[in-house]
Write a protein that binds this ligand. Sequence first.
Ligand code: ZN
Ligand code: ZN
Length: 166
Amino acid sequence: MKRFDYNEISPDGCIGKGREIAAKGGNWHFHSLSKGCSFNPRPEFNAFLIEDVDADVNYCAFCQEDFTPHCKELVVILHGDSVIEAAAIDPNWEAPPIVQAIEDCLAKKEAWHHHMMKPGCILSPNPKRHVISLERGSSTDIAYHDEDTDPLETLRAIEVMYFASR
Ligand SMILES: [Zn+2]
Ligand SMILES: [Zn+2]
């Protein structure tokens, strides 16, 4: 369980809030924090966290339903339509270990989820970098992958696997 300050909003308000912050053109992002997620501040619920990094304000919604539809709608606003398109994956691109670890989870039918921690992220172990984390059922350790710049190729490979498995 992770503690951070947030303003609670309704699950129905998440997409509007994401769009509203995105429209300002600043630094923002969101996370789906499921019941099993190490970062969920209220793990009896599924949580959805939106970080307005520029304003230094966080918003959280909680419910028993899954936030996957919210993720799918907001991830393309944040990273562009191609972030969920399998056809956009470069066949010559060499997958880093975090992508191989997720392929291993899928092969073993092991639960997994990831978080894209952009610079300024309150959950990030290294908020100056672009970090992607992986939590998997067989381990309580969190794996981290980080890059200097927006890791779009890595994120695309992961998002395509994530939405295909849900
Ligand atoms: Zn998590
Ligand atoms: Zn974050």
